[in-house]
Design a protein around this ligand. Structure first.
Ligand code: MG
Length: 388
């Protein structure tokens, strides 16, 4: 393994955990970031990602990504980058595995529905909910709520997309409990995790879009980065069938993006003169990023994916139905909180906004299929459109 860089996060220099955990007792072979990663993997919220939408809702096809397999792909890409750059691989991996834990069922459609339902209760956002889940809702330990993750984990999750100048209520709550310096940049490990997320979905959504028949290769060739990759793949394998070559295209495009990111990040680190992780936080700009040329190309790809896949009529119809399910569940539980599962139906707060947030916490934790089943039971049958 590459020697760890001076600007990396080091577990021995961690700012620690909110709740002391018997310092001085036998700690076993793992350091604090490895323990954080393992706490994520062993959590209920992580297991539920296997039945949560990435792009395709409650997918029947076993080959489509779900939040869990997406998170594993993000972790693979993140670890590769972290290792090459001499960053802490374990913290990077833990951040990658945890980054989507706050997503409600049905992806962004579910998030929009909860945002609307909590409009008078401060709103809802999946990243704030990741912090709320990990500091409040998960309860595996006898003496405190949450997973009691290190400060570096919580900081990285809170700020992985950059400094947070206008935190929502859930982030403010986490920040009030354990100050996260929200207006500075996060560690390089968190910056890597954020871009590994983009690299993973930019590419696996092409693969899944082709598999679902919502995208065609011909269409994709209008995107410059894809066209270049395709020409290179055709030149290397002129006699291979297009469908098989599409895998090669996606594989090599991940490599192209990762290599660009590594080179540009090395350049920025050297130019910035950072010597420690606190210098990284105070650098005033993200040090991990694509080169300007790749950033443009990646933006073009995202624009294409929004227009042709994420906003495909079939996806929009599925999102409408999903929105209706979450909206219907929220209304049903607000009318009769006793219909929530027993551990949620006890302890329903009497006052707003705590009451609405409690109901939203319950719904946000649901898998797609659990939400559909509860909706059918409480509200009525629903004809799910194609795309579910
Ligand atoms: Mg993600």
């Amino acid at each position: 393994m590459t020697a760890i860089a001076p600007w990396a996060s080091h577990p021995a220099a961690s700012r620690g955990r909110l709740h002391p955990e018997g310092e001085g007792t036998a700690r076993g072979p793992r350091d604090d970031f490895q323990r954080d990663r393992d706490r994520i993997i062993h959590s209920i919220s992580f297991r539920r990602l296997r039945h949560k939408t990435q792009v395709f809702m409650a997918p029947d096809g076993d080959h489509f990504r779900v939040r869990l397999t997406h998170s594993l792909e993000v972790a693979q890409i993140g670890r590769t980058i972290a290792r090459v750059l001499g960053l802490n691989e374990d913290l990077t991996e833990a951040l990658c595995l945890a980054h989507d834990i706050g997503h409600p069922p049905f992806g962004h459609a579910g998030e929009d529905a909860l945002k609307a339902a909590l409009a008078d209760a401060g709103g809802f956002d999946h990243n704030g909910h990741t912090l709320r889940t990990l500091t409040h809702i998960e309860r595996p330990y006898p003496r405190f709520d949450g997973l009691n993750l290190t400060w570096e984990m919580l900081e990285g999750l809170a700020k992985h997309n950059g400094p947070v100048r206008h935190p929502g209520w859930a982030l403010r709550e986490a920040d009030a409990a354990f100050s996260l310096d929200l207006t500075s940049h996060a560690s390089l490990e968190a910056q890597v995790a954020a871009i590994a997320d983009d690299i993973a979905y930019d590419n696996h959504d092409i693969d899944d879009g082709l598999r679902a028949g919502l995208l065609t290769l011909d269409q994709l060739l209008a995107v410059p980065i894809v066209a270049r990759g395709w020409d290179a793949a055709r030149a290397r394998f002129p006699d291979i069938a297009p469908r098989r070559l599409a895998h090669e295209l996606v594989r090599s495009q991940i490599g192209t993006m990762v290599n660009d990111l590594i080179e540009e990040t090395r350049r920025r680190i050297a130019a910035s003169g950072v010597a420690t992780v606190d210098d990284v936080r105070a650098a005033g700009q993200a040090l991990c990023g694509f080169s300007p040329a790749m950033r443009e190309e990646e933006r073009d790809l995202k624009r294409f994916m929004y227009a042709n896949l994420y906003h495909h009529p079939r996806q929009l119809a599925a999102a409408d139905a999903a929105h209706g399910i979450v909206r219907g569940l929220f209304a049903a539980y607000r009318d009769d909180p006793a219909t929530m599962s027993p551990e949620w139906a006890t302890d329903v707060p009497a006052d707003e906004p705590a009451r609405s947030r409690h109901i939203a916490d319950f719904i946000a934790g649901m898998t797609d299929r659990y939400a559909i089943a509860r909706y059918r039971e409480l509200v009525g049958d629903i004809d799910l459109p194609e795309g579910f």
